[in-house]
Design a protein around this ligand. Sequence first.
Ligand code: SF4
Length: 363
Amino acid sequence: MPVLLNVQRALLAFRNWCRMITRSPANVQTNTIATRDEPALGWQTQLAQAIRDPRELCRRVGLEPSWLAGAERGHALFEVRVPEAYLQRIRPGDPQDPLLRQVLPRHVEDDTVAGFITDPLDEATQTPRQGVIHKYHGRVLLIASPACAINCRYCFRRHFPYQENSPSRAQWRDSLAYLRRDDSIREAILSGGDPLAANDRQLSWLVEQLADIPHLRRLRIHTRLPVVIPDRVDDALLDWLARTRLQTVVVLHINHANEIDDAVITACARLKALGVTLLNQSVLLHDINDSVDDLEALSERLFNAGILPYYLHVLDPVSGAAHFNVSDDGARRLIDELRTRLPGFLMPRLVREIPGEASKTAL
Ligand code: SF4
C-alpha cells in the first residue's frame, strides 16, 4: 500500500509539473519578465472599493470645496467611479490634471448643446440580440459586462441601457447561435462596459464557446481595466487567454502618457508574453490631450510599454460631454504637426464613427 501511495504521489507531482510547463501563464511570465509580488488586494476588491462619492473624490485629490457642487451635479447624471490605482496617478491639488479631468464630474454635463445626444452612434437600432451589436462586416461586438472599473465623463455609452444588455447564460447561447449561423463573422469583439469587469469563470466559458465556432479566427477585447486596475491582469485571466486557439488582440484605452505607470507596463508585458497583440485607442479631449506635446508623449510611452497606437477618435457627440470637444480643423492641425515628429508606426489614425457607415471614417 505505501508503495502504491508513493507511485500515486509521484504521478500527481509529474502531472502537475507537466501542466505547469505546458500551460501556466505564470511560467511564461517567469521566462520573459520579472515576477512581482502578489498584490495586497485582488482586482475585484479594488473594483468594489473604487471611489463612488464625489465628495470623497474631491477630498482625496485635494480640490477646493468650490468644486464640490459641480461634481455632485455631474454625478447625479452619471455616477462617479475611480479606482484607487488610478487615483494614485493624479497630481493632488491640481484641478487641471489630465487624469482627474477624465473622471471628475462637472456642472457643464447638465448643459444642453445642439447636436449632442444620448445615443450618438445609434447603437440601439443595431442590436440583433440582447448584448450583441453587429455594425460592421466580419465582426460582431458582444457586451460581456455592463460594468466599468472607471466612469469616464466623455463616454459615448454613458446613457446606454446596459442593464437591458447584460445577458444571462441562456441569452449568451442565443447570441452564440447568431454568430454560429453567420460564417462571414471572423472576429468576436468583447466590449462593455468593460468586458474584463466580468469574472474569469464567465469569460473563460464564453471564450471557449467562441473558440468552438469554426469560422471565428480572432478574439478582440476592448478594455480599460489593465490601465485603471493593472492587477486585473492576473494568473486567472492569463490562464484562459493562454488556452484559447483564437488569435487575441487587446485594444486598450489610454488617453494620456501619465496613465502608463510601472504597474501598467508590467500588466502589458504579461499579456505580450502570451503573444497577445496590444493596440491602443484614445479619444481626443479638450484640455486633456489636445496638444502635440501630449500626443507625442503618449505615442512614445505606449510604444515603450509594447503597445501600438491605433486610433485617435474625435469625440462622439454624447450629451453631457460637449466641453471635451475639439473641432475637426483643430484635430487635423494636431495630426499634421504630430506627423512631423513621429515615425509612421507611432501615428494613430484620426477617425470618427458615423452611424450607418460601413467602417470608421478617416478625418
Ligand atoms: S466604456 Fe470605456 S470609456 Fe466608457 S466609461 Fe467604461 S471604461 Fe470609460
